[in-house]
Design a protein around this ligand. Structure first.
Ligand SMILES: [Zn+2]
Length: 139
């Protein structure tokens, strides 16, 4: 029995009570209808909350999945096997650790147009830049 069945049963009870012209019964059934309507509203709220939670779980699974595919080398993240749409990296540690976003670094280069956050120097001397980090600090 769903909430719609409960609502229509309450409506039928209300119609019967109207015919009987019993004031007390009418009051009880009016209260029942009100409570059924409140229950319906609560259920809609719970459904929305449930959908949000499912979305959060899906996002966490996606992040855990990405985390399981990359390794930190002390400077940046790399994937042992290419990640669809991203390749093997390197990936920005700031974006992955801070916002759980996988962002490809651009490079390698010997010089970059910006310095500071968003720029990563690897042990081989190459520089890699994260466009997202560089953008977010207004460079
Ligand atoms: Zn970044």
């Amino acid at each position: 029995m769903g909430i719609s069945d409960l609502m229509s049963a309450a409506e039928k009870a209300y119609q019967v009570a109207q015919k009987l012209r019993d004031a007390e019964l009418n009051e009880v059934i009016a209260d029942l209808r009100l409570k059924a309507a409140e229950l319906k509203a609560d259920m809609a709220e719970l459904r929305a909350e449930n959908a949000e939670l499912r979305e959060s779980i899906e996002e966490m699974r996606r992040q855990a999945d990405i985390r399981a595919k990359v390794a930190f080398d002390g400077h940046v993240y790399w994937a042992e096997d290419a990640i669809e749409g991203y390749g093997k990296g390197p990936f920005c540690p700031t974006c992955l650790d801070g916002d759980a976003r996988l962002v490809n670094l651009v490079g390698p280069g010997k010089s970059v147009p910006v310095s500071g956050s968003g720029v990563f120097r690897l042990p081989n001397g190459t520089l890699w830049m994260c466009h997202r980090c560089a953008k977010s600090r207004g460079a």
